[in-house]
Design a protein around this ligand. Structure first.
Ligand SMILES: *Cc1c(COP(=O)(O)O)cnc(C)c1O
Length: 249
C-alpha cells in the first residue's frame, strides 16, 4: 500500500475520516455517551511515512504502531518534519523487554503491557529517564489462547503491582476482541468495562482509558465504553471491506 496517488488517496482519507467520525458519533449517541470522549487512533503499521503525512494533513493526530523499531523510525521521521509537530504515536503491539528503549519517550501511550516483568522493566527504564510512562494493562478478556494479556484471574494482582511502580502511570485497560463475531466482541468489550468499573471502586484510581475496537467492531466497542478505537485498514486501505457492513468507497 505505498505508492498511493497523493491527490486521490488524500481525498479517500478525508472522506473516510469524516465517515468514521460520523459512525463513532452515532454509536456514542445511541448509548448516551459524549462523542468527544472517544479518540480515533489511526493504526499506521501497514503504511509508510507518505501515507502518515497525508493522514496528518487531513486531520489525524494519533497514530498506532505495533513494532518498536518502526514506531521509533516513524517518530524520528515526524520529529524531523516541522509540519507534523502534533503527531503522536501509540505503542499497540507486543513489546519485549529488550525493545523498551525504542518505545520510551517516543510513544505517547503504551497500550500493550501484558506481563508484570514488562511493567517493572518499563518502570525502571522510565525512572532512569526521569519521567513515568503512561501505560495500559492488556487484558485477555475473551480467554483465547492466541491472545496476550493478563487473564481475568491475574489482573487484580497486576493492577495492584503496577500502581506501586513509580515509573508507570497506569491510565486504564486494553483488549483485543475475538475476530469475526460481533456478539463475542461485544461481550469482550463489556467485560473490559465491567472489570475497569470494579477496579476503580477497589483501587480509587480513575483508569479512564479503555482501548478497544478495531476496523470490524469499533461501533460495538464505542457502545460498550471504548475511549480509544484503534483503526488500521478502514482508515488507510481503500480496498478494505468490512466483515459486518458492505462498505461503499
Ligand atoms: C493492526 C492492529 C489494529 C488495527 O486493526 P484493523 O483491523 O486493521 O483496524 C488494532 N490493534 C492492534 C493491536 C493491531 O495490531
Amino acid at each position: 500500500m505505498s505508492e498511493h496517488n497523493t491527490v486521490e488517496y488524500q481525498a479517500f482519507l478525508r472522506q473516510r475520516r469524516a465517515e468514521l467520525q460520523e459512525r463513532i458519533e452515532d454509536a456514542a449517541r445511541r448509548v448516551g455517551r459524549d462523542p468527544s470522549d472517544i479518540t480515533l487512533v489511526a493504526v499506521s503499521k501497514t503504511v509508510g511515512d507518505g501515507e502518515v503525512e497525508q493522514a496528518y494533513q487531513i486531520g489525524y493526530r494519533e497514530f498506532g504502531e505495533n513494532r518498536p523499531q518502526e514506531l521509533k523510525r516513524k517518530v524520528t521521521s515526524v520529529r524531523n518534519n516541522p509540519d507534523m509537530k502534533d503527531a503522536r504515536f501509540h505503542m499497540i503491539g507486543n513489546l519485549q523487554k529488550n525493545k523498551i528503549n525504542q518505545v520510551l519517550g517516543n510513544a505517547t501511550l503504551v497500550h500493550s503491557v501484558s506481563s508484570a516483568h514488562l511493567a517493572q522493566a518499563i518502570s525502571q527504564r522510565s525512572l532512569t529517564k526521569g519521567r513515568a510512562t503512561p501505560c495500559l494493562l492488556e487484558v485477555n478478556v475473551s480467554g483465547e489462547a492466541s491472545k496476550s494479556g493478563f487473564s481475568l484471574q491475574d489482573i487484580d494482582e497486576a493492577v495492584d503491582m503496577t500502581m506501586k511502580l513509580e515509573g508507570v502511570s497506569l491510565q486504564g485497560l486494553m483488549t483485543m476482541a475475538p475476530a469475526g463475531d460481533l456478539d463475542a466482541a461485544r461481550s469482550c468489550f463489556s467485560g473490559l468495562r465491567e472489570l475497569r468499573d470494579k477496579l476503580v471502586i477497589r483501587t480509587g484510581m480513575p483508569l479512564s482509558v479503555l482501548s478497544c475496537g478495531m476496523s470490524d467492531d469499533f461501533e460495538v466497542a464505542v457502545e460498550e465504553g471504548s475511549t480509544l478505537v484503534r483503526l488500521g485498514r478502514i482508515v488507510f486501505d481503500p480496498t478494505y471491506t468490512s466483515q459486518q457492513h458492505k462498505w461503499i468507497v
